[in-house]
Design a protein around this ligand. Structure first.
Ligand code: SF4
Length: 237
């Protein structure tokens, strides 16, 4: 990590320290990669230093082509595969039959139920049997995330949640990616700071809230997919 600026290297060391502390107390840990810029950093830290933490992602069936391309480039870069979970096909068929192919635009309830079928259900399958899951959220991303804790009990999913990147700024994330010459989603170069499913993500103008391009037709406080639905309780370790 010699080309990484000192402040970013210190952050990376602190993130790895938190992950090692979490592993000491909770040996079965997985990482849910969103394939965003933060995920690129975390995947690099894990596959370089802590390969025993499984990295998985969810192919909702509505990802951008650029996101699918990133999966391929990450796998080529490291010479190993991401574990990919997909939604239950029958559940997707049933949801589409009831709401329409883009029925998530009809209201917050419909949008959340789509996220439930395409993201939350496969996520629950993915974390089954684990003691803790890792997330790449940062404090600066939203009002809710600003109040998250590095290690916390996640009452919604029944395991611990480790957030090693909370203290990182967006600039520090990109400084790490550039220094390490890591593959990243090319949509980031086109004004997409936060990337989810294609029909639910749009570019934002410079200086706008980075998450304002996600579900932009909803109020800010409802703009989470359900993986980070409420503030978890702080735990000591
Ligand atoms: S982000 Fe949009 S398309 Fe993707 S699961 Fe949620 S509502 Fe459905």
């Amino acid at each position: 990590m010699s080309r990484i600026p000192a402040d970013v290297r210190d952050l990376a060391d602190a993130s790895l320290g938190l992950l090692r502390q979490a592993l000491a107390n909770h040996p079965r840990i997985c990482y849910a990669s969103s394939l965003g810029a933060e995920s690129v950093v975390l995947t690099d830290l894990l596959w370089s230093e802590l390969p025993q933490i499984e990295v998985f992602t969810i192919d909702t069936g509505r990802l951008f082509p650029q996101t699918r391309d990133l999966i391929e480039r990450i796998q080529r870069h490291y010479g190993r595969r991401l574990k990919i979970y997909s939604p239950d096909a029958a559940a997707v068929e049933s949801w589409v039959a009831r709401h329409g192919i883009d029925g998530f635009r009809s209201g917050t309830d419909q949008r959340r139920s789509c996220c439930q079928v395409r993201k939350i259900e496969p996520f629950r399958r993915a974390i089954a049997g684990y003691d803790a899951w890792v997330t790449g959220i940062r404090s600066g991303q939203s009002v809710q995330r600003a109040r998250a804790q590095p290690l916390a009990w996640d009452p919604d999913h029944g395991l611990y949640k480790v957030s090693p990147l909370l203290a990182w700024s967006e600039e520090q994330v990109w400084s790490y990616i550039r220094a390490r010459e890591l593959p990243y989603n090319t949509l980031h170069d086109l004004g997409f700071p936060s990337i989810g499913c294609a029909p639910c993500t749009r570019a934002v103008a410079a200086g706008e809230d980075p998450r304002s391009g996600r579900w932009w037709w909803e109020r800010e406080e409802s703009r989470e997919c359900g993986l980070h639905p409420r503030l978890p309780a702080l735990v000591s370790g």
